[in-house]
Design a protein. Structure first.
Length: 402
Protein backbone atom coordinates (compact mmCIF):
# COMPACT_ATOMS: atom_id res chain seq x y z
CA UNK A 1 0.00 0.00 0.00
CA UNK A 2 2.82 2.41 0.92
CA UNK A 3 4.59 1.61 -2.35
CA UNK A 4 1.42 2.30 -4.33
CA UNK A 5 1.06 5.70 -2.69
CA UNK A 6 4.68 6.53 -3.48
CA UNK A 7 4.19 5.52 -7.12
CA UNK A 8 1.04 7.61 -7.38
CA UNK A 9 2.80 10.59 -5.80
CA UNK A 10 5.72 10.21 -8.21
CA UNK A 11 3.39 9.95 -11.18
CA UNK A 12 1.56 13.10 -10.17
CA UNK A 13 4.85 14.90 -9.62
CA UNK A 14 6.10 13.97 -13.06
CA UNK A 15 2.80 14.96 -14.65
CA UNK A 16 2.84 18.34 -12.88
CA UNK A 17 6.46 18.99 -13.83
CA UNK A 18 5.75 18.09 -17.44
CA UNK A 19 2.75 20.41 -17.45
CA UNK A 20 4.87 23.30 -16.15
CA UNK A 21 7.66 22.66 -18.67
CA UNK A 22 5.30 22.44 -21.65
CA UNK A 23 3.19 25.41 -20.47
CA UNK A 24 0.00 23.36 -20.35
CA UNK A 25 -0.38 24.46 -16.73
CA UNK A 26 1.40 26.56 -14.15
CA UNK A 27 2.79 30.13 -14.37
CA UNK A 28 3.67 29.93 -18.07
CA UNK A 29 0.13 28.83 -18.92
CA UNK A 30 -1.29 31.70 -16.85
CA UNK A 31 1.00 34.18 -18.63
CA UNK A 32 0.04 32.84 -22.07
CA UNK A 33 -3.67 33.03 -21.22
CA UNK A 34 -3.26 36.61 -20.06
CA UNK A 35 -1.47 37.55 -23.29
CA UNK A 36 -4.24 35.84 -25.28
CA UNK A 37 -6.82 37.98 -23.48
CA UNK A 38 -4.81 41.02 -24.59
CA UNK A 39 -4.89 39.90 -28.22
CA UNK A 40 -1.51 38.13 -28.43
CA UNK A 41 -2.34 34.48 -28.98
CA UNK A 42 -0.13 31.50 -28.14
CA UNK A 43 0.34 30.65 -31.81
CA UNK A 44 1.65 34.16 -32.48
CA UNK A 45 4.24 33.84 -29.73
CA UNK A 46 5.31 30.36 -30.83
CA UNK A 47 5.54 31.51 -34.46
CA UNK A 48 7.84 34.39 -33.54
CA UNK A 49 9.97 32.16 -31.33
CA UNK A 50 10.19 29.45 -34.01
CA UNK A 51 11.25 31.94 -36.69
CA UNK A 52 13.96 33.37 -34.41
CA UNK A 53 15.37 29.98 -33.44
CA UNK A 54 15.29 28.74 -37.04
CA UNK A 55 17.28 31.78 -38.20
CA UNK A 56 19.86 31.25 -35.46
CA UNK A 57 20.26 27.52 -36.08
CA UNK A 58 20.33 27.76 -39.87
CA UNK A 59 22.82 30.62 -39.67
CA UNK A 60 25.23 28.34 -37.84
CA UNK A 61 24.78 25.45 -40.26
CA UNK A 62 24.85 27.47 -43.50
CA UNK A 63 27.14 30.44 -42.70
CA UNK A 64 27.42 33.25 -45.21
CA UNK A 65 23.76 33.06 -46.30
CA UNK A 66 20.64 34.73 -45.06
CA UNK A 67 18.52 31.85 -43.69
CA UNK A 68 15.18 33.53 -44.28
CA UNK A 69 13.83 30.31 -45.76
CA UNK A 70 14.31 28.54 -42.41
CA UNK A 71 12.53 31.34 -40.55
CA UNK A 72 9.61 31.46 -42.97
CA UNK A 73 9.29 27.67 -42.95
CA UNK A 74 9.26 27.56 -39.14
CA UNK A 75 6.62 30.30 -39.05
CA UNK A 76 4.39 28.46 -41.53
CA UNK A 77 4.86 25.15 -39.70
CA UNK A 78 3.33 26.43 -36.46
CA UNK A 79 -0.33 25.67 -37.20
CA UNK A 80 -3.48 25.50 -35.07
CA UNK A 81 -2.96 21.77 -34.43
CA UNK A 82 0.11 19.54 -34.36
CA UNK A 83 -1.48 17.33 -37.00
CA UNK A 84 -1.72 20.28 -39.38
CA UNK A 85 1.92 21.11 -38.62
CA UNK A 86 3.03 17.55 -39.39
CA UNK A 87 1.04 17.31 -42.62
CA UNK A 88 2.07 20.78 -43.76
CA UNK A 89 5.73 20.10 -42.96
CA UNK A 90 5.67 16.81 -44.84
CA UNK A 91 4.13 18.45 -47.92
CA UNK A 92 6.62 21.32 -47.73
CA UNK A 93 9.66 19.07 -47.53
CA UNK A 94 8.43 16.82 -50.32
CA UNK A 95 7.60 19.87 -52.42
CA UNK A 96 11.09 21.31 -52.01
CA UNK A 97 12.79 17.99 -52.74
CA UNK A 98 10.69 17.34 -55.85
CA UNK A 99 11.07 20.97 -56.98
CA UNK A 100 14.86 20.70 -56.82
CA UNK A 101 14.73 17.49 -58.84
CA UNK A 102 12.49 19.07 -61.48
CA UNK A 103 14.75 22.13 -61.74
CA UNK A 104 17.86 20.03 -62.39
CA UNK A 105 16.06 17.73 -64.82
CA UNK A 106 14.62 20.57 -66.92
CA UNK A 107 17.90 22.55 -66.93
CA UNK A 108 19.80 19.49 -68.20
CA UNK A 109 17.21 18.64 -70.85
CA UNK A 110 16.25 22.06 -72.28
CA UNK A 111 18.73 24.48 -70.72
CA UNK A 112 18.01 28.03 -69.64
CA UNK A 113 15.79 29.90 -72.10
CA UNK A 114 12.99 32.44 -71.88
CA UNK A 115 10.43 29.70 -72.35
CA UNK A 116 12.03 27.40 -69.77
CA UNK A 117 9.90 29.04 -67.07
CA UNK A 118 6.72 27.60 -68.57
CA UNK A 119 8.26 24.15 -68.90
CA UNK A 120 9.47 24.19 -65.29
CA UNK A 121 6.08 25.26 -63.93
CA UNK A 122 4.19 22.74 -66.07
CA UNK A 123 6.40 19.79 -65.13
CA UNK A 124 6.47 20.80 -61.44
CA UNK A 125 2.69 21.05 -61.18
CA UNK A 126 2.13 17.76 -63.01
CA UNK A 127 4.64 15.90 -60.82
CA UNK A 128 3.17 17.43 -57.64
CA UNK A 129 -0.33 16.37 -58.62
CA UNK A 130 0.86 12.89 -59.58
CA UNK A 131 2.38 12.53 -56.12
CA UNK A 132 -1.01 13.54 -54.66
CA UNK A 133 0.46 16.39 -52.66
CA UNK A 134 -1.93 18.90 -51.15
CA UNK A 135 -2.34 22.26 -52.87
CA UNK A 136 0.36 23.86 -50.73
CA UNK A 137 2.78 21.05 -51.57
CA UNK A 138 2.08 21.32 -55.30
CA UNK A 139 2.71 25.06 -55.20
CA UNK A 140 5.90 24.43 -53.22
CA UNK A 141 7.18 22.13 -56.00
CA UNK A 142 6.67 24.83 -58.63
CA UNK A 143 8.07 27.67 -56.52
CA UNK A 144 11.19 25.70 -55.54
CA UNK A 145 11.84 24.61 -59.11
CA UNK A 146 11.63 28.20 -60.36
CA UNK A 147 13.91 29.57 -57.63
CA UNK A 148 16.55 26.84 -57.92
CA UNK A 149 16.68 26.95 -61.71
CA UNK A 150 16.78 30.69 -62.29
CA UNK A 151 18.45 32.20 -59.19
CA UNK A 152 21.85 30.67 -59.99
CA UNK A 153 23.26 30.33 -63.48
CA UNK A 154 25.81 27.50 -63.24
CA UNK A 155 25.23 23.90 -62.26
CA UNK A 156 27.64 24.08 -59.32
CA UNK A 157 26.05 27.25 -57.97
CA UNK A 158 22.63 25.73 -58.47
CA UNK A 159 23.58 22.57 -56.58
CA UNK A 160 24.98 24.57 -53.64
CA UNK A 161 21.88 26.75 -53.52
CA UNK A 162 19.59 23.69 -53.69
CA UNK A 163 21.34 21.98 -50.79
CA UNK A 164 21.19 25.17 -48.71
CA UNK A 165 17.50 25.65 -49.56
CA UNK A 166 16.64 22.06 -48.61
CA UNK A 167 18.63 22.29 -45.37
CA UNK A 168 16.92 25.55 -44.37
CA UNK A 169 13.52 24.03 -45.11
CA UNK A 170 14.29 20.95 -43.00
CA UNK A 171 15.59 23.10 -40.12
CA UNK A 172 12.56 25.39 -40.16
CA UNK A 173 10.17 22.45 -40.35
CA UNK A 174 11.85 20.62 -37.49
CA UNK A 175 11.97 23.64 -35.18
CA UNK A 176 8.36 24.59 -35.98
CA UNK A 177 7.17 21.05 -35.24
CA UNK A 178 9.11 20.78 -31.99
CA UNK A 179 7.89 24.12 -30.68
CA UNK A 180 4.29 23.46 -31.61
CA UNK A 181 4.38 19.98 -30.04
CA UNK A 182 6.35 20.73 -26.87
CA UNK A 183 5.45 24.31 -25.92
CA UNK A 184 1.79 24.87 -25.03
CA UNK A 185 0.57 22.28 -27.57
CA UNK A 186 -2.82 23.17 -29.07
CA UNK A 187 -5.66 21.75 -26.98
CA UNK A 188 -9.27 22.04 -28.13
CA UNK A 189 -10.73 19.47 -25.73
CA UNK A 190 -11.99 22.14 -23.25
CA UNK A 191 -13.81 23.92 -26.10
CA UNK A 192 -15.37 20.62 -27.20
CA UNK A 193 -16.45 19.86 -23.62
CA UNK A 194 -18.06 23.30 -23.34
CA UNK A 195 -19.90 22.76 -26.65
CA UNK A 196 -21.26 19.37 -25.55
CA UNK A 197 -22.36 20.73 -22.16
CA UNK A 198 -24.02 23.74 -23.78
CA UNK A 199 -25.97 21.45 -26.11
CA UNK A 200 -27.06 19.29 -23.19
CA UNK A 201 -28.21 22.21 -21.07
CA UNK A 202 -30.18 23.71 -23.95
CA UNK A 203 -31.84 20.35 -24.48
CA UNK A 204 -32.74 20.18 -20.79
CA UNK A 205 -34.43 23.59 -21.06
CA UNK A 206 -36.59 22.28 -23.91
CA UNK A 207 -37.44 19.15 -21.94
CA UNK A 208 -38.39 21.20 -18.87
CA UNK A 209 -40.74 23.25 -21.05
CA UNK A 210 -42.16 20.02 -22.40
CA UNK A 211 -42.75 18.74 -18.87
CA UNK A 212 -44.68 21.93 -18.10
CA UNK A 213 -46.71 21.59 -21.28
CA UNK A 214 -47.60 17.99 -20.44
CA UNK A 215 -48.65 18.89 -16.89
CA UNK A 216 -50.63 22.04 -17.69
CA UNK A 217 -51.75 21.36 -21.25
CA UNK A 218 -50.69 23.12 -24.42
CA UNK A 219 -52.27 24.51 -27.59
CA UNK A 220 -51.19 23.93 -31.16
CA UNK A 221 -49.28 27.24 -31.05
CA UNK A 222 -47.49 26.17 -27.88
CA UNK A 223 -46.61 22.81 -29.41
CA UNK A 224 -45.23 24.59 -32.49
CA UNK A 225 -43.01 26.74 -30.27
CA UNK A 226 -41.70 23.64 -28.51
CA UNK A 227 -40.95 21.98 -31.84
CA UNK A 228 -39.10 25.08 -33.05
CA UNK A 229 -37.02 25.16 -29.86
CA UNK A 230 -36.11 21.48 -30.30
CA UNK A 231 -35.10 22.11 -33.91
CA UNK A 232 -32.76 24.91 -32.79
CA UNK A 233 -31.05 22.43 -30.48
CA UNK A 234 -30.83 19.91 -33.33
CA UNK A 235 -28.99 22.46 -35.49
CA UNK A 236 -26.38 22.81 -32.76
CA UNK A 237 -25.35 19.18 -33.31
CA UNK A 238 -23.25 20.27 -36.29
CA UNK A 239 -21.37 22.79 -34.13
CA UNK A 240 -20.71 20.10 -31.53
CA UNK A 241 -19.43 17.69 -34.19
CA UNK A 242 -17.11 20.37 -35.53
CA UNK A 243 -15.76 21.12 -32.04
CA UNK A 244 -15.20 17.41 -31.37
CA UNK A 245 -13.43 16.89 -34.69
CA UNK A 246 -11.11 19.80 -33.95
CA UNK A 247 -10.43 18.43 -30.46
CA UNK A 248 -9.67 14.98 -31.84
CA UNK A 249 -7.31 16.50 -34.40
CA UNK A 250 -5.53 18.49 -31.68
CA UNK A 251 -4.73 15.24 -29.85
CA UNK A 252 -3.03 13.65 -32.86
CA UNK A 253 0.79 13.66 -32.41
CA UNK A 254 0.24 15.50 -29.12
CA UNK A 255 2.86 14.14 -26.72
CA UNK A 256 1.38 16.06 -23.80
CA UNK A 257 -2.23 15.12 -24.52
CA UNK A 258 -2.40 11.87 -22.57
CA UNK A 259 -4.63 13.22 -19.81
CA UNK A 260 -6.96 14.85 -22.29
CA UNK A 261 -7.63 11.72 -24.30
CA UNK A 262 -9.82 10.28 -21.55
CA UNK A 263 -11.69 13.59 -21.26
CA UNK A 264 -12.20 13.64 -25.03
CA UNK A 265 -13.56 10.08 -25.01
CA UNK A 266 -16.14 11.08 -22.38
CA UNK A 267 -17.11 14.13 -24.45
CA UNK A 268 -17.60 12.01 -27.55
CA UNK A 269 -19.64 9.45 -25.62
CA UNK A 270 -21.93 12.08 -24.11
CA UNK A 271 -22.40 13.82 -27.45
CA UNK A 272 -23.69 10.58 -28.98
CA UNK A 273 -26.05 10.09 -26.06
CA UNK A 274 -27.33 13.64 -26.43
CA UNK A 275 -27.78 13.18 -30.17
CA UNK A 276 -30.21 10.34 -29.50
CA UNK A 277 -31.97 12.40 -26.84
CA UNK A 278 -32.35 15.32 -29.26
CA UNK A 279 -34.04 13.11 -31.84
CA UNK A 280 -36.32 11.58 -29.23
CA UNK A 281 -37.23 15.07 -28.03
CA UNK A 282 -38.09 16.03 -31.61
CA UNK A 283 -40.32 12.95 -31.78
CA UNK A 284 -42.12 14.02 -28.59
CA UNK A 285 -42.66 17.59 -29.79
CA UNK A 286 -43.89 16.23 -33.12
CA UNK A 287 -46.38 13.99 -31.34
CA UNK A 288 -47.62 16.97 -29.33
CA UNK A 289 -48.03 18.95 -32.53
CA UNK A 290 -50.08 16.21 -34.18
CA UNK A 291 -52.26 15.78 -31.11
CA UNK A 292 -53.01 19.51 -30.78
CA UNK A 293 -53.57 20.05 -34.52
CA UNK A 294 -56.94 18.31 -34.30
CA UNK A 295 -58.15 20.64 -31.51
CA UNK A 296 -60.11 23.64 -32.72
CA UNK A 297 -60.35 27.18 -31.39
CA UNK A 298 -57.02 27.18 -29.54
CA UNK A 299 -58.18 24.52 -27.08
CA UNK A 300 -55.35 23.19 -24.93
CA UNK A 301 -54.53 19.52 -24.98
CA UNK A 302 -55.37 17.88 -21.65
CA UNK A 303 -53.84 14.49 -20.93
CA UNK A 304 -56.14 13.99 -17.97
CA UNK A 305 -54.89 11.27 -15.60
CA UNK A 306 -51.73 10.87 -17.72
CA UNK A 307 -50.64 14.51 -17.42
CA UNK A 308 -48.87 14.30 -14.07
CA UNK A 309 -47.13 10.91 -14.64
CA UNK A 310 -45.92 12.05 -18.07
CA UNK A 311 -44.57 15.33 -16.71
CA UNK A 312 -42.87 13.50 -13.83
CA UNK A 313 -41.20 11.08 -16.25
CA UNK A 314 -39.80 13.95 -18.35
CA UNK A 315 -38.67 15.83 -15.23
CA UNK A 316 -36.78 12.76 -14.01
CA UNK A 317 -34.99 12.59 -17.37
CA UNK A 318 -34.02 16.28 -17.01
CA UNK A 319 -32.48 15.73 -13.56
CA UNK A 320 -30.54 12.65 -14.69
CA UNK A 321 -29.35 14.40 -17.84
CA UNK A 322 -28.12 17.47 -15.95
CA UNK A 323 -26.22 15.22 -13.57
CA UNK A 324 -24.64 13.43 -16.54
CA UNK A 325 -23.62 16.77 -18.07
CA UNK A 326 -22.14 18.12 -14.83
CA UNK A 327 -20.10 14.95 -14.31
CA UNK A 328 -18.31 15.61 -17.59
CA UNK A 329 -16.09 18.06 -15.69
CA UNK A 330 -14.86 15.27 -13.41
CA UNK A 331 -11.47 13.74 -14.15
CA UNK A 332 -12.91 10.21 -14.17
CA UNK A 333 -15.10 7.99 -12.08
CA UNK A 334 -18.76 7.20 -12.56
CA UNK A 335 -20.42 8.82 -15.53
CA UNK A 336 -23.87 8.95 -13.94
CA UNK A 337 -25.79 8.59 -10.69
CA UNK A 338 -27.49 5.20 -10.47
CA UNK A 339 -30.08 6.68 -8.13
CA UNK A 340 -31.16 9.29 -10.66
CA UNK A 341 -31.28 6.74 -13.44
CA UNK A 342 -33.35 4.52 -11.18
CA UNK A 343 -35.75 7.44 -10.72
CA UNK A 344 -36.12 7.72 -14.50
CA UNK A 345 -37.10 4.07 -14.70
CA UNK A 346 -39.46 4.39 -11.74
CA UNK A 347 -41.29 7.37 -13.26
CA UNK A 348 -41.52 5.62 -16.62
CA UNK A 349 -43.05 2.56 -14.98
CA UNK A 350 -45.53 4.80 -13.17
CA UNK A 351 -46.53 6.33 -16.52
CA UNK A 352 -46.99 2.88 -18.04
CA UNK A 353 -49.20 1.85 -15.13
CA UNK A 354 -51.27 5.04 -15.35
CA UNK A 355 -51.71 4.51 -19.09
CA UNK A 356 -52.90 0.94 -18.57
CA UNK A 357 -55.41 2.10 -15.95
CA UNK A 358 -56.73 4.93 -18.15
CA UNK A 359 -57.15 2.94 -21.37
CA UNK A 360 -60.63 1.73 -20.45
CA UNK A 361 -61.86 5.30 -19.93
CA UNK A 362 -60.46 6.78 -23.17
CA UNK A 363 -62.50 6.99 -26.35
CA UNK A 364 -60.88 6.29 -29.71
CA UNK A 365 -60.06 9.94 -30.44
CA UNK A 366 -58.44 10.50 -27.05
CA UNK A 367 -56.42 7.31 -27.38
CA UNK A 368 -55.14 8.34 -30.82
CA UNK A 369 -54.02 11.68 -29.40
CA UNK A 370 -52.52 10.50 -26.11
CA UNK A 371 -50.84 7.16 -26.81
CA UNK A 372 -48.21 8.49 -29.29
CA UNK A 373 -47.29 11.15 -26.70
CA UNK A 374 -46.96 8.53 -23.98
CA UNK A 375 -44.78 6.37 -26.25
CA UNK A 376 -42.52 9.33 -27.04
CA UNK A 377 -42.19 10.19 -23.33
CA UNK A 378 -41.29 6.60 -22.48
CA UNK A 379 -38.62 6.61 -25.21
CA UNK A 380 -36.81 9.43 -23.36
CA UNK A 381 -35.76 7.08 -20.59
CA UNK A 382 -33.08 5.62 -22.85
CA UNK A 383 -29.90 7.04 -21.32
CA UNK A 384 -27.52 4.69 -23.11
CA UNK A 385 -24.19 4.93 -21.26
CA UNK A 386 -25.26 1.76 -19.39
CA UNK A 387 -28.39 -0.29 -18.78
CA UNK A 388 -30.98 1.21 -16.41
CA UNK A 389 -30.65 -0.09 -12.86
CA UNK A 390 -33.62 -1.49 -10.94
CA UNK A 391 -35.79 1.06 -9.18
CA UNK A 392 -34.98 1.79 -5.57
CA UNK A 393 -37.89 1.75 -3.19
CA UNK A 394 -38.76 4.74 -1.08
CA UNK A 395 -36.74 7.41 -2.92
CA UNK A 396 -37.33 11.05 -2.08
CA UNK A 397 -39.67 12.31 -4.81
CA UNK A 398 -38.65 15.91 -4.19
CA UNK A 399 -35.33 15.20 -5.92
CA UNK A 400 -37.12 14.95 -9.23
CA UNK A 401 -38.40 18.50 -8.89
CA UNK A 402 -35.47 19.97 -6.99
Amino acid sequence: MQMDRLRERSRRGITTATGHLTATEGPLRVALDELARRGVGTRVIKGALAATLAWAVAGQITPGSLPFVASLTALFTVQVTIKESVEGGRNRLLGVLVGISVAFAVSELVGLHSWSMGVVVLVALVVGLRLKLESGGVEQVAATAIVVMFVQSTTDQRALFAVSHLADTAIGTGIGLLLNALVAPPDYVPAARAAVQSLGRRLVVVLEDLAGALAEGTTSAGAADLLAAAQVVERELDDVDEALDRAEESLAYNLAGGRQRGAFARCRELSEELRGSVYRTLSLTGSLGQATSSLEGGVALDLGPLAFPAAEAVSAVCVAMLDRIDRLDAAGGDVSDDGLRSEVVTRSLALEAATADALGDLDAGEALRMLPIVAAVLALKRLPDRQPVPARAGRDESRVHG
